[in-house]
Design a protein around this ligand. Sequence first.
Ligand SMILES: Cc1cc2nc3c(=O)[nH]c(=O)nc-3n(C[C@H](O)[C@H](O)[C@H](O)COP(=O)(O)O)c2cc1C
Length: 364
Amino acid sequence: MSDDVNEGKGDDAFTLSTPLTKLIGIRHPIVQTGMGWVAGPRLVSASANAGALGILASATMTVDQLRSAVREVKSRTDQPFGVNLRADAGDARERVKVIVAEGVKVASFALAPSRELIAELKDAGVVVIPSIGARRHAEKVAAWGADAVIVQGGEGGGHTGDVATSVLLPQVVDAVDIPVVGAGGFHDGRGLVAALAYGAAGVAMGTRFLLTSDSTVPDAVKAKYLAASVKDVTVTTAVDGLPHRMLRTELVTSLEGAGRSRALLQAVRRAAGFRKLSGLTWSQMVRDGLAMKHGKDLTWSQVLLAANTPMLLKASMVEGRTDLGVMASGQVAGLIEDLPSCEELVGRVMTEARHVLGTLPTPG
Ligand SMILES: Cc1cc2nc3c(=O)[nH]c(=O)nc-3n(C[C@H](O)[C@H](O)[C@H](O)COP(=O)(O)O)c2cc1C
């Protein structure tokens, strides 16, 4: 690693060159991940201007909204950035067309994309970086030609697995030959150095970037995250049937405590509210919910809630409804106490990484 460390320069110029920075042409081996309703043009361009890879979350946008969001990012930065999309979205191909036509550098996927989708993007010169939560998924997408993977350990926010980053990251590094980016639980320079020591090419952070002054999440919601302890972050399947890491709120507790019929009643009441917000018909909602079932044994209330999960996230992340919404969060929220700008955050992580590298024990 030492060959790639620019020792002797001021902190502003301190960089760590890794296979990730070289692959994408970014200054620092840091990724701001795609988070629904959170990673919009403002956050993404601020991350990109700070030298990180900013990833725009598109699953919660229409194709037209995606196109204008991409154009807005381009108007705010000339640095490379990425777009996160769901490989299983009915309109994934249309989204890919937008990514290619607008010259977006990186395509990031919440679920493993198909071999064909990867080939289509790579043929057009787009760097493909799926997010995965298990070694076998990393092996699969690597064999299909993915350029790198983001590996999310169980402590990470949003839908998540149950293997911790400290176990999953070295496991995947050993299993594939492409650059691996560690995610789940990272927030500082110590974490970046630790990930590099595991053999990663960088770190990806969600919760840490959500808690910046550049993120558009309402102040009341940011305050809930800042006040949370590590123990206030929980994994529940009560919202949409899949393990989902989020702040423990009354909504979560009441869904977990409710019997099947009470949960259904609650889900119907909430669904009625969200139907107004989303403009979906009941049959569309049930169809979306069933599509998310993925062969899992979901209750009817979970089917309704699954269809509404993006709206539940929107209620907090956009409308500031800390009472009604889902606040997806990594455990690391319990360690975060401030709201720096992306520029300050990235600078701080790199300065700390430099310091940590200088204080590691020397052999002998
Ligand atoms: C509020 C929130 C929304 C998220 N939405 C998405 C999403 O739309 N697509 C996705 O691939 N990952 C999503 N994630 C997961 C993150 O991209 C990232 O992998 C995770 O936050 C990393 O863990 P950390 O929070 O400990 O940094 C979300 C996470 C959070 C906290």
